[in-house]
Ligand binder design. Structure first.
Ligand SMILES: C[S@@+](CC[C@H](N)C(=O)[O-])C[C@H]1O[C@@H](n2cnc3c(N)ncnc32)[C@H](O)[C@@H]1O
Length: 437
């Protein structure tokens, strides 16, 4: 339930955050002098490993935009196929077995691509972050986490184990039922306030806190509002999978908010972007919109076999429809709006009829559905091969977004560490930013 919102058109928020440095400036006779401390901080930020990684990722992404920006779903043949015919021929010539292997193993894919696309190796190096240091936690009494589903419980344990002990009260941001907050409050023996917008989840969190006998208060509020941000002062903020602008708004305000520290495991980077992505770090300059950012979250590593099969079928149907429409109306770049899931619950012909109605396409009385479905499947096979190249940039784009957060926090005066908190099979959104004053 990400409330829709927009940044001020003039980017006021981000400008304010970006201009504010640890301020140690003095003014003498109208001349502004930076003190030795401010100079030292500035030099540290300039040379810091996070900023260095941000800039290297940015350079690699910037120089190879033609390879990752166009989605082969929307363009019949991305332009790079003409510029790099040998690479195009190699991916399009892959047999099904090799394709499956490369599509599901990013390391294998990088090794296969590197001789044909040397930047793949650079991307692999830049996108590879070591795990964060881990600590031992007191085991959670079973009665306290009985109601947490398996995968979520494991994510919470991983987040808690890779968070340094909190010495200030906690603020759990976009808390859901407050499971993480309760876990950390129990481990560190500090009170927690859990902020969440959904009243039903707030009610569940309150009930669970009462049963657990943990010092947890629940605040039903919108994370975008000033009142929510007023809660940050003097607290350590923990955010597990707060989507897009919901985690970025913490960083935009970090210079003034007075938090003790932040532990952020971000997700859904594309959500909450109205027009364009407004970077957090001063030197971040990739120009992105929500569609471009979506590339960072397209993995299906945790999807079940059934869900993957279903996704494959849905994609083939959409591509079959597009091919049929192109045959009837001529090929043109047209947007493909989302559709209700129930449209995909009948057969291919039903799907095409309902979609043609919405799109204003006149279908002939007789259509060879078997043929157009086969065309859709053929197109999908082609797209999956072309996407291997695009997907080689996916983790690097995610890392760039995470380093933008990290450097934004450094510029707001925090010491920042970035690393992974668990294997990607537990959640592909397994990166965490730890910031401490
Ligand atoms: C992906 S869930 C993560 C929940 C929890 N942190 C966890 O990991 O289990 C995102 C949560 O953000 C909440 N949320 C969405 N928009 C919000 C907003 N504007 N303000 C506060 N919470 C919001 C949702 O209701 C949801 O519980």
């Amino acid at each position: 339930m990400l409330r829709s919102f927009s940044l001020p058109a003039d980017g006021q928020d981000s400008v304010t955050a970006r201009q504010s440095e640890p301020s140690d400036l003095s003014v003498t006779r109208g001349v502004c002098h930076r003190s030795a401390l401010a100079d030292a901080v500035h030099v540290r930020l300039q040379r810091g490993p996070n900023r260095q990684r941000l800039l290297e990722l940015q350079a690699a992404l910037d120089a190879h935009q033609t390879l990752w920006r166009p989605s082969p779903f929307h363009v019949r043949r991305p332009d790079w196929c003409a510029d790099q015919p040998e690479l195009a021929e190699a991916v399009l010539g892959l047999d099904d077995r090799t394709l499956e292997k490369l599509a599901h193993d990013p390391d294998d894919c990088r090794d296969w691509l590197t001789p044909r696309l040397p930047v793949a190796d650079t991307l692999g190096r830049l996108a590879n972050l070591p795990p964060l240091p881990k600590r031992d936690l007191p085991a959670m009494p079973p009665r306290l986490d009985r109601r947490i589903r398996g995968r979520k419980r494991a994510q919470i344990e991983a987040f808690a184990a890779h968070s340094p002990a909190a010495h200030a009260p906690l603020l759990e941001w976009c808390a859901g039922k407050g499971h993480l907050g309760r876990r950390l409050a129990f481990a560190d023996q500090v009170p927690v306030r859990s902020l969440e917008i959904d009243p039903r989840l707030c009610a569940d969190a309150t009930q669970l806190a009462e049963r657990a006998g943990i010092e947890q208060t629940v605040l039903c509020a919108d994370a975008i509002d000033d009142a929510a941000h007023a809660q940050v002062k003097g607290r350590t903020v923990v955010a597990l999978h707060a989507c897009g602008e919901l985690h970025r708004c913490l960083v935009r305000r970090a210079a003034q908010a007075g938090a003790h520290g932040y532990r952020i495991a971000p997700c859904c980077y594309h959500l909450g972007i109205a027009d364009a992505y407004h970077p957090l770090a001063r030197d971040s300059s990739l120009s992105l919109d929500a569609d471009a950012i979506r590339l960072a979250v397209t993995e299906t590593v945790t999807a079940s076999r059934h869900d993957r099969r279903r996704l494959a079928r849905d994609q083939a149907w959409k591509l079959g429809f597009i091919a049929l429409r192109n045959q009837l109306e001529g090929e043109a770049a047209r947007t493909f709006r989302p559709m209700p899931a129930r449209w995909l619950s009948g057969d291919f012909a039903d799907f095409c009829h309902v979609l043609a109605h919405r799109e204003g396409v006149d279908l002939p009385a007789a259509v060879d559905w078997t043929h157009w479905l086969a065309v859709g499947e053929q197109r999908r096979a082609e797209i999956r091969r072309l996407e291997l190249v695009r997907h080689a940039f996916r983790r690097a784009l995610e890392l760039w977004l995470v380093m933008d957060l990290a450097v934004g926090l450094e510029e707001a005066g925090f010491e920042v560490q970035v690393g992974s908190l668990c294997d990607r099979s537990l959640t592909p959104r397994n990166l965490m930013v730890l910031a401490q004053r």
